[in-house]
Ligand binder design. Structure first.
Ligand code: NOJ
Length: 455
């Protein structure tokens, strides 16, 4: 990278996907504990009860992170481990676990990047308050965030409030594919509104606490390339990006939703009060980007290789008035996601321009290969090539286009609980045997280390 001091290479995980120990040391239940134990929800009826057992094996994992040669490790805190019922008493054993993890990382010279919420809402808040449909959950989140800032803020200097709010809103309360599994056209907008307010309240608490560090948000976005050069298709692509990344990011930068959303949705889109706009405006020191794929966007449905709205926009596709499609030449991953590195470069440029050069961290990027046989799974040339091509595209965005990207976090350290896909989809640089819990680095682990060393 152009300026090494300003750039951090990293690797990412999330609490619920790796920790396991779902009933240990005072942890409360969360909505994914409940969802993953509901018959029919997860591929092969897998549950997240044990996952990678990282809760007990974190020392081995810290060694693997350190040997990978990364400067940063992005992980999330399990809210229900810290506050078992979401808002009541603090569970000291939960605090102790993250203290051990943070201290272990720092001892190896790895900087912790901590996400406060990666989808695992304490179940009590879902049952008592309807989860993110209620502003009370936003208030509970702010308190939880304060507990974390107080406990870890002396050593953690990089915080993300939320991971992929789009998924929480659209998949959790739109298509029902994710916990809590609700299906609705309107709930995603209400959920997103409360998530954004929760972000604002937590950032205010962080700034009022005068901690030394930065706080941002990790939103996801697939890129949208206009299918043709027509004004209609260009508008379709732009609006689709505003409905995706802009929806959850404009408010934390500008204090307001994108104009196209307000226009098209009318009173289906909640409004911020003047005080809430003030709270939100400028509430991100940096923007995270989780990026996995690209689609063509068009206004007309006369397209080849149409991508179903399930795979593209989820439940809010009708509101976007966009038709998505792909190119038959694009390679496709086991998740059905297209490999389009140039889309990543354009995505970074889009964020840079729209948000006036606010620093960007690529908080996730990676690929899935479904392969449960360790002997062949570790020979993952495709993943190594994916990482090489995407990091090249990022390099071009930085060096040729002047985009201010501060870091890249590969998803993910090791195969883990891939939500509704259970253990079937393997995104890891390290193979995890879910019977023995043995970890085996794959070829991509060494390839990524090489990319880091030669940068
Ligand atoms: C985004 C999510 O943040 C992460 O939890 C998930 O495993 C990856 N994408 C891959 O689907």
């Amino acid at each position: 990278m152009s300026s090494k001091e300003n750039f951090i290479w990293g690797v990412a995980t999330a609490a619920h996907q790796v920790e396991g120990a779902w009933l240990e040391d005072g942890k409360g239940l969360n909505i994914w504990d409940a969802y993953s134990h509901t018959p029919g929800k997860i591929t092969n009826e897998d549950t997240s009860a044990v996952a990678c057992d990282h809760y007990h094996r974190y020392e081995e994992d810290v060694d693997l992170i350190s040997d990978l040669g990364v400067g940063g490790y992005r992980f999330s805190i399990s809210w229900a481990r810290i506050l078992p019922d979401g808002k009541g008493a603090v569970n000291q054993k939960g605090i102790d676990f993250y203290n051990r993890l943070i201290d272990g990382l720092l001892a190896k010279g790895v900087t912790p990047f901590v996400t406060l919420y990666h989808w695992d809402l304490p179940l009590a808040l879902q049952m008592e308050d309807d989860g993110w449909l209620s502003y009370r959950t936003a208030e509970a989140f702010a308190r939880y965030a304060e507990v974390c800032f107080e406990a870890f803020g002396d050593r953690v200097k990089h915080w993300m409030t939320f991971n992929e709010n789009w998924c929480t809103a659209v998949l959790g309360n739109g298509t029902g594919l994710f916990a809590p599994g609700r299906v609705s056209d309107d709930e995603p907008y209400i959920v997103a509104h409360n998530l954004l307010l929760a972000h604002g309240l937590a950032v205010k608490a962080y700034r009022d606490g005068h901690y030394e560090g930065q706080i941002g948000i990790a939103n996801n976005c697939d890129f949208r390339e206009p299918l043709t050069d027509s004004d209609e298709d260009r508008a379709a692509a732009q609006e689709s990006l505003e409905f995706f990344y802009g929806w959850l990011t404009d408010p934390v930068v500008f204090g307001e939703y994108p104009a196209i959303m307000r226009e098209r949705l009318g009173d289906r889109l909640p409004e911020f009060t003047p005080e809430q706009k003030q709270l939100l405006k400028g509430s991100a020191d940096f923007l995270g980007l989780n990026h996995y794929t690209t689609h063509y966007a068009s206004r007309t449905d006369q397209v080849e290789n149409a991508v179903s709205s399930e795979d593209g926009n989820g439940g809010i596709s009708d509101d976007q008035q966009v038709v998505l499609s792909s190119d038959s030449d694009w390679p496709v991953t086991s998740m059905g996601w297209f490999v389009v590195p140039w889309g990543f470069r354009k995505m970074l440029n889009w964020i840079h321009e729209r948000y006036n050069g606010l620093p960007i961290y690529v908080t996730e990027n990676g690929t899935a290969l479904a392969n449960n046989d360790v002997e062949t799974a570790i020979d993952d040339t495709e993943r190594a090539e994916f990482i090489q091509s995407y990091t090249n595209a990022m390099k071009e965005a930085i060096e040729e286009d002047g985009v201010d990207v501060r870091g890249y976090f590969c998803w993910t350290l090791m195969d883990n609980f891939e939500w509704t896909r259970g253990y079937d989809m393997r995104f890891g640089l390290i193979f995890c045997d879910f019977e023995t819990l043995e970890r085996t680095p794959k070829a991509s682990y060494y390839a990524y280390r090489e990319i880091i060393q030669s940068s």
